[in-house]
Design a protein around this ligand. Structure first.
Ligand SMILES: [Zn+2]
Length: 326
């Protein structure tokens, strides 16, 4: 161990997503000094996924050393697409990642690659920790995080601590049922928030309405239709796209009222590309809480946009890693 190992400590932060796995060296001041990414490769054999991780970890350590950081990380923090078993970090049948990752216990996996302690949380939990330590939820200890993106997920901070439930599954807010007669969700039920307000859900609803005979500029949009395309069409005044977004906005608002009643938070932080791409949804949700949540929650609960964007999971993973050394 050199003097530098003491002078410039860092942690390795990993954001294991459905498409990309991102790696970062983050120093004690919270600066992201090195970043790399690699396709998650969930269709690969586990041995090939492990080899990819090993190569990235070695490359991050080399780059960190060149940037003046210590030779090795003090700890590893991972935010992984869920569901994730608490403690072991085992990926439980992750629907977004495919068979190659299913069943891998990430604490043991990364512990075998790096001689340092490892913390693993679901990615939404990591994002909430980041918003709490350095983002929109600074100073707030009762917070619910709701992310609307390719999927819909959530996390809950109760008295400054993550709410895990028995196995780590608490906070899966995307599967609150907003409309029992709504579209089928990936979980098997109908009308979950994820089946209405995720990007793919917006596209699917627009396609259903067009197939049923509604007219829309989206009928001639390139296939496959995306949630982003629905957003652009709405901005251009397309009535069908607007109706789809309005229905999703109202479903989100209903869910946020339920969330406020269930957890009595001071803040609901809304993130994700869909949530942040529709700022009107956040205002509508806050008005709905004011009008329809129970007292005393309704009077003080604010609904605000997330601050940290795409790096939230990395920063949260780093905070979890530093906590292991505290
Ligand atoms: Zn569902």
């Amino acid at each position: 161990m050199t003097v530098m190992d003491h002078v410039n400590p860092w942690v390795l932060a990993i954001d294991l997503g459905g498409t990309w796995t991102r790696f970062a060296a983050i120093d004690a001041g919270g600066r992201l000094v090195v970043r790399r990414r690699r396709a998650t490769g969930s269709d690969l054999e586990p041995e090939r996924i492990r080899a990819g991780w090993r190569a990235e970890l070695e490359a991050v350590a080399v780059d960190a050393g060149r940037a003046g950081l210590a030779a090795a990380p003090r700890a590893v923090g991972v935010g992984a697409t869920g569901p994730v078993e608490r403690g072991s970090g085992r990926l439980l049948d992750p629907p977004n990642t495919g068979p190659g990752l299913a069943g891998l216990a990430l604490v043991a996996e990364f512990g075998a690659l790096v001689d340092a302690p490892v913390a693993v949380e679901r990615d939404t939990n990591a994002a909430l920790i980041a918003e709490h330590t350095r983002g929109a939820a600074r100073g707030a200890d009762h917070v619910v995080y709701l992310t609307l993106s390719t999927g819909v997920g959530g996390a809950v901070l109760e008295g400054g601590r993550l709410l895990h439930g028995r196995h780590g599954g608490a906070g899966e807010l995307g599967h609150l049922v907003s409309d029992p007669a709504g579209p089928r969700c990936g979980c098997g039920r109908r009308g979950c928030l994820e089946a209405i307000a995720s990007g793919p859900a917006l596209a699917a609803e627009a396609s259903r309405r067009i197939a049923a005979g509604a007219t829309s500029a989206l009928a001639s949009a390139p296939e496959p239709l995306t949630g982003a395309a629905v957003g652009v069409a709405a901005q251009r005044g397309d009535a069908l796209a607007r109706a789809v977004l309005d229905a999703a906005r109202d479903a989100v608002a209903r869910a946020v009222v339920d969330i406020a009643n269930a957890f009595d938070p001071e803040l609901v932080v809304v993130g994700g590309s869909v949530g942040l791409g529709q700022p009107g949804w956040i205002d509508t949700a806050e008005r709905a809480v004011r009008a329809r949540a129970l007292p005393p929650t309704r009077d003080g609960c604010r609904v605000v946009p997330a601050d940290l964007g795409d790096d939230a999971v990395l920063y949260g993973a780093a905070a979890l890693a530093w906590d292991l050394r505290a």
